[in-house]
Design a protein around this ligand. Structure first.
Ligand code: MG
Length: 448
């Protein structure tokens, strides 16, 4: 969509030793150092390849004259918070939810957001084509280690909530041996919760489960919730910009429902626009509107959500909340990026405020049927063109792929950003309507 060659929607990623190498990361460090002169913060998740790749990015930054502060292992949102407060840019060595053999780099702008498409294209051009000027001996950068700085992030999250709000609440936390092993238990303990953990030791071999917090991988957390009588199970992806939840019975709360529950609380106190990608369940729009907020849809990818929220703020229009239906939620009075630690604390605050079990919060949501399908072997742009013609009589949104909006249902047909396939999502309040709409789309895609 954007012509980027190395970077996807969340930085550059690859398999360690194959397409993700110290050589590549060194060139990213050199390119970034030449674009964002000044003081740069670096950090990493727990992956085994982290020290080598972090050293490589630091070498590039130092050689181009940047001062480097190494913040050690910390969640991506913690580094983003520190960059926003103190630094001229940041580089996070992480592959987020990808399996252990992957690693990558997320580049962070001075405002704490991930680098947008335009600047990323400039960065790529420097990585691929240009010889970056190196600093002479008397102008190379200096490095300091500052793993204590992460405390500023946990302080900032804790200060958002009334003291002791978690008192009397037991939570079971599974950071998956990833970047939030220290921070999320600390945040929740400081809010007054009794915290029990699983996979709470930092370990880049991820011995307990994969970094993606899937319902399957969280079965042991479900057992821990039940055996400890916890009110909530909390899990993160590898770099903890996302948080997902289990209710008091150990049942997985679907991420669009999580978004809906938290949007309901945020929008009660804060009016404005709720921003989300076109792939999000209409459940969130419905809850936002019930609470007197309006909505804005963006292309799929958290940077588009974050940038749309920033644009609203810059235009002096109130922005209430934002996020994606995957547990990545953005709190504009905290920072403009997804924040798993903040989301964990927010869910505890909701439980404290509602005085009911987590399963009641889910049961109170309007119900929707969501159908998801992948189509391989098609020409995506021809398919989208044909669908635009076939559904010309409907309300069509071309923000990303094609979204067809109807009174009681909607559908999104969109080429995948990472794989050679097209994704189809259909949703309705009624299962029958969703099924019929899905069949109608498939018929138009595959005329017999
Ligand atoms: Mg992540």
């Amino acid at each position: 969509m954007t012509g980027k060659r190395l970077f996807g929607t969340n930085g550059v990623r690859g398999i360690t030793g194959a397409d993700m190498t110290p050589t590549l990361v060194l060139s990213i460090g050199l390119a970034l150092g030449s674009m964002r002169a000044g003081s740069i913060a670096v950090g990493r998740d727990t992956r085994t390849s982290g020290p080598a790749l972090c050293s490589a990015v630091k070498a590039g930054l130092l050689a181009t004259g940047c001062d480097v502060t190494d913040c050690g292992i910390l969640p991506t949102p913690a580094l983003q918070y520190l960059v926003k407060e103190h630094f001229d840019a940041g580089a996070m060595i992480t592959a987020s939810h990808n399996p252990p053999e992957y690693n990558g780099v997320k580049v962070i702008e001075p405002d704490g957001t991930e680098m947008g498409d335009e600047e990323t294209l400039r960065l790529e051009a420097k990585i691929l084509d240009e010889r970056v000027p190196l600093s002479p001996w008397n102008a190379t950068g200096r490095e300091v280690h500052a793993s204590h700085l992460v405390r500023e992030y946990t302080d900032a999250v804790v200060k958002k909530f009334p003291a002791g709000i978690g008192e009397g609440i037991t939570v079971a936390v599974d950071p998956g041996c990833g970047a939030a092993c220290a921070t999320t238990p600390e945040i929740l303990t400081r809010l007054g919760c009794r915290v029990v953990t699983l996979n709470g030791q930092m370990d880049g071999t991820f011995p307990g489960r994969l970094p993606e917090p899937s319902p399957d991988g969280l079965r042991p957390l479900g057992n821990l919730v039940r055996s400890t009588g916890a009110a909530l199970g909390i899990a993160h992806d590898g770099d903890a910009d996302r948080a997902v939840f289990l209710d008091e019975n150990g049942e997985f709360i679907e991420e669009n429902q999580e978004f809906g529950i938290i949007a309901g609380q945020v929008c009660r106190d804060r009016k404005g626009t709720v921003v989300m990608p076109v792939s999000t369940s209409r459940l969130v729009e419905e809850i936002a509107r019930r609470n007197g907020c309006d909505v804005q849809y963006t292309p799929v990818g958290s940077i588009y959500v974050a940038r749309a929220m920033r644009a609203l703020e810059a235009a002096h229009r109130p922005v209430a909340f934002g996020g994606e239906g995957n547990g990545g939620l953005i709190y504009p009075d905290h920072q403009y990026c997804r924040d798993g630690g903040m989301t964990a604390a927010m869910m505890v605050a909701i439980l404290a405020r509602e005085h009911g079990p987590a399963s009641d919060l889910v049961a109170a949501l309007p119900s929707f049927t969501l159908i998801k399908e992948k189509i391989r072997g098609a020409d995506p742009s021809a398919m989208i063109r044909n669908l635009c013609t076939a559904f010309a009589g409907d309300h069509i949104d071309r923000t990303d792929g094609i979204r067809i909006n109807r009174e009681e249902s909607w559908a999104l047909i969109r080429p995948s950003g990472t794989e050679p396939l097209v994704r189809v999502i259909v949703e309705s309040t009624e299962e029958k309507i969703a099924r019929a709409f899905f069949d109608e789309i498939m018929e138009k895609i595959r005329p017999s």
